[in-house]
Design a protein around this ligand. Structure first.
Ligand code: NAD
Length: 364
């Protein structure tokens, strides 16, 4: 297989961790006889500095020509004074999501047994670590519905956000959750607020029908969002695949990230409706964290999230499961061998970004 990847490192630690991830991508493909062609393009603050735009036209065109996007992270203090609509994150990631119709956000929440100490949850609550995936609907709901702010007759002010979901939107994200669950423990927890919201009632109906008719091998549980927020902290091990709408997913996936220790370990995939040249879903793959300006340029960033984004890309956009697993195993082995960056070293001996990358490569 010949893979064509658009690489968008972004700002601050983005290029540092990307410099580790690309050799891992090359090494795993070379070993299994595939070829890769990748080109690097500015995005976010780097796009603004070079082309006056967070998503330069040439970068978007390169993404169109590619099979998948490997993204770093964007933004930081240098561009904070720009108007909101020109801010790196808003003016690059959101248009990319819209352009490539990236409707499904897949965020694995994996806390390795060897890293239990990095979680804020008491170790006795998570003796086996944590292993779940959050599937968040990304292009509907409250964030995309009609919104307005207007003065009222009595001098008050009214602001309105609208939550809209269609059956077809719920079905397609349910299919992503089913496919994900099939590669795991085959259990989906739908998180909603069906005791209050009409959209949640529709979610429950559509998800349960979809699973009943197309995936009887999958078990389904339902949970209200308030209870889910609590259960994630109390008994995270009960979750396998968490399926939820946009805003609930925004909140829960961050809670999940913090339970799993460092942001430096958390990768994510945004999957779209478009199919790439290999007949698989087009997607954007990135670390869950931001640009970490506080540690940028010091060889301190944990590159694992970016490296694990490569694994997600190989799995979802190319169907290369054994290559994806090889990367995940190499990261796990590196950590089990005690090689750790400062964020996961628990005050113990830490290595730098580049040394961590070399250690992962050596174990691949
Ligand atoms: P952040 O995720 O960059 O940092 C939060 C904390 O986590 C910091 O202490 C940081 O050092 C640490 N951290 C994050 N990634 C790490 C890694 N790989 N290794 C070790 N430690 C890591 O969040 P923030 O400070 O709120 O945001 C900084 C900038 O990033 C802002 O401009 C924000 O808008 C942007 N941001 C971008 C994205 C994105 O590109 N998708 C996501 C979130 C934030």
């Amino acid at each position: 297989m010949h893979l064509k990847i658009a690489i968008l490192p972004g700002d601050y630690i983005g290029p540092e961790v990307m410099a580790v991830a690309v050799p891992v991508l090359e090494a795993v493909l070379k070993r299994s006889g595939h070829t890769v062609e990748h080109s690097t393009h500015p995005v976010g603050g780097a796009g603004i500095d070079l082309h006056g735009k967070a998503l330069p036209d040439s970068t978007l065109e390169a993404c169109r020509q590619a099979d998948a996007i490997l993204f770093g992270s964007v933004g930081g203090p240098k561009w904070e004074k720009l108007p909101p609509q020109e801010q790196p994150e808003r003016a690059s990631l959101l248009p990319l999501r819209k352009h490539f119709r990236l409707y499904a956000n897949v965020r694995p929440g994996l806390l390795l047994k060897n890293l239990i100490d990095t979680s804020p949850i008491r170790p006795e609550r998570i003796p086996q670590g944590v292993d779940m995936v959050c599937i968040r609907e990304l292009t509907g709901g409250l964030y995309f519905g009609a919104k307005s702010t207007k003065p009222c007759e009595n001098g008050d002010i009214e602001a309105i956000d609208t939550m809209v979901y269609r059956k077809s939107e719920i079905e397609r994200i349910t299919d992503v959750a089913i496919a994900t669950a099939r590669g795991r423990r085959k259990h989906i927890t739908l998180v909603d607020k069906a005791n209050v919201l009409e959209t949640s009632v529709l979610w429950r109906k559509v998800v349960s029908e979809r699973i009943k008719t197309t995936a009887p091998d999958i078990t389904l549980a339902t949970m209200y969002i308030d209870n889910a927020a609590m259960q994630l902290v109390l008994r995270p091990a009960q979750f396998d695949v968490v399926l939820t709408e946009n805003m609930f997913g925004d909140i829960l996936s961050d809670e999940m990230a913090v339970i799993c220790g460092s942001l430096g370990m958390m990768a994510s995939a945004s999957l779209g409706m478009d199919i790439n040249r290999h007949g698989k879903g087009y997607g954007l793959y990135e670390p869950s964290g931001g640009t970490a300006p506080d540690i940028a340029g010091q060889d301190k960033a944990n590159p694992c999230a970016q490296v694990l984004s490569v694994a997600l890309m190989l799995r979802h956009s190319f169907g290369l499961e054994s290559e994806a697993k090889a990367i995940e195993n190499a990261v796990e082995k590196t950590i089990a061998d005690g090689v750790r960056t400062a964020d996961i070293a628990g005050g113990g001996k830490a290595v730098g970004t580049q040394a961590m990358g070399q250690a992962i490569l050596a174990r691949l």
